[in-house]
Design a protein around this ligand. Sequence first.
Ligand code: UDP
Length: 467
Amino acid sequence: QRNSSGEPIHDTPPHCLVVPLPATGHINPMLQFSKRLISKRIRVTLVLTRFVSKSITAAREGEFNVCLESISDGFDDGGMEAAENTRVYLDTFREVGSGALSRLIEKQSDAGEPVHCVVYDHCIPWCLDVAKKFGLVGAAFLTQSCAVDAIYNHVYQGLIRPPVTEQGILRALPGLPPLKSEDLPSLVSKFGTYPAIFGALVGQFSNIDEADWVFCNSVYELENEAADWLSKRLPKFTTIGPTVPSMYLDKRLKADVDYGFSIFKPSNELCMNWLGNKPNGSVVYVSFGSLASLGSAQMEELFWGLNNSGHYFLWVVRKTEEAKLPKNYCFNPEKGLIVSWCSQLEVLASGAVGCFVTHCGWNSTLEGLSLGVPMVAMPQWTDQPTNAKFTRDVWGMGVRAEDGENGLVMREEVERCVKEVMEGEKGVEIRRNGDKWKNVMKDAVSEGGSSDRCISQFAGSLINQVL
Ligand code: UDP
């Protein structure tokens, strides 16, 4: 059916199930991607696990603006934390989740909301098998950078055999700059640590050739060489990022989107009031994301490094990490603020933040780039060392805090890095680069930009399919 201008008319938009792994750094980007699909006239149901879904209050659900459904991962009462280990969790999720996802697809069909496509988190590739069983379109969603995906693909193909421990420069991989072992994902350089997660990240490629689309939460212009290499290897590969709400990329847009998903309660008012009376670019914002755990000796070094730098600091220390703060620590509350969680995007966008001390989780890295905030990279594990390498050496967006001989980033190093970004020549250069990347990121998801075109193509093909 077409209207008088020849445009197709469709009353029932195509319906996508979007299934993330139940972790903040996976749900957030897939929620934002869902919103972009909705803006392209796709009906989206975000499928969360029962445990995560129970932890969202009704008020937050209202903010989501996306239909929600839940399936069991086998741990309805405690989620991932309740599993004996990650391997048990992932195996149980596959077993229980495959049946639960199948039943959800049937239920939607019975309710007159047939599903046309499943967009699934790359760490749970069994979702693709479920989609194919029902003859649906299957789309993988890669939550890491192109570079990191390329490295894991090399491992999958046997082109890199971990452990890669030599300290020398690794022969440059196609599409990537020369990498030392300290620049590789920790699961590759420290082979044997977290084998279940390593298995999932290599295993994501086991059935990916069956996928109709492979979306990567990155930006073509940011990683064009790695993206080109992956496109040759995976012909369905495209970039759709950054999954940062448009209002943060373009100040002219109204604040009509939520701040994303979080199982932690943000202290937004406290943070924003505190930031409110600080001069532009004067605050060091410190966060290690939702999972990374620092030792108490590292927390103490960080604390003193921030204090000694003399700059204002806003530090996110999750409730579970609080006990590791130095005993009897004290500081001037005008000079520093420690909160258990905040709305990171709102903080980074506030203008008061001049430096982001980050673990370089991929979402945090994209957020820093999107808002042009200079970073001090303090990577902890998984993909973070590679993101740190690119942040400093490829995008010129920050410095990297180096470990001392004892494996800790010492207070003098924290102070040096913060001062270099906040006061030094380097800071000026980084801020200049920040202005450039900010625009690149915004353009990618603006109408006609590289990521926007990919999303439109996907939406268009689904719409054509239901006509
Ligand atoms: N985040 C937040 N408030 C905080 C700390 C983090 O909203 O106080 C968000 C941050 O904006 C990002 C996500 O949590 O979207 C963390 O994802 P990332 O990939 O950076 O790290 P992970 O938690 O997966 O290690």
